[in-house]
Design a protein around this ligand. Structure first.
Ligand code: DHK
Length: 146
């Protein structure tokens, strides 16, 4: 059975394509989903791809990933910088997790420099736009096979 990877996206990422394109580019979330499905197929992963603006829904999905999946890619968006609940959910899920940001958060406002997610992630990828999701899946492939 192929390994299952959850790819979860946080608030406002449903607006990609038109939201602050100078920061986030013109790629839509549907484009990113298609890209992840193609990369997942190449790597032999079953991909579950979701987006929510609600913190509790993301927590529910992280718990589901912990029960059902072998790895997690998450762009928690603004909750990166605020959410102890998402930190705790990832810690409890205890599956390899890669934190992704489209933009280079360290070249932006100081409030984006702190992440509650990084301490419970295996690694962090930021600043490479949609390509970051592919890099995260490649990284997970090594960890899931190990
Ligand atoms: C996306 C967001 O919505 C912001 O709140 C984060 C992240 C950065 C991104 O670059 O993907 O600060």
């Amino acid at each position: 059975m192929p390994a299952s990877i959850f790819i979860l996206n946080g608030p406002n990422l449903n607006r990609l394509g038109t939201r602050e394109p100078e920061t986030y580019g013109r790629t839509t979330l549907a484009d990113i989903e298609a890209q992840c499905r193609a990369t997942g197929q190449r790597l032999g992963f079953d991909i579950v791809f979701r987006q929510s603006n609600a913190e509790g829904t993301l927590v529910d999905w992280i718990q589901e990933a912990g029960d059902e999946a072998q790895g997690l890619v998450i762009n928690p968006a603004a909750y990166t910088h605020t959410s102890v609940a998402i930190h705790d959910a990832i810690r409890t899920a205890a599956i390899p997790t890669v934190e992704v940001h489209l933009s280079n958060v360290f070249s932006r406002e100081p409030f984006r420099h702190h992440s509650y997610v990084s301490p419970v992630a295996a690694g962090v990828i930021c600043g490479f736009g949609a390509k970051g999701y592919d890099l995260a899946l490649e990284a997970l492939a090594g960890m899931v096979r190990a």
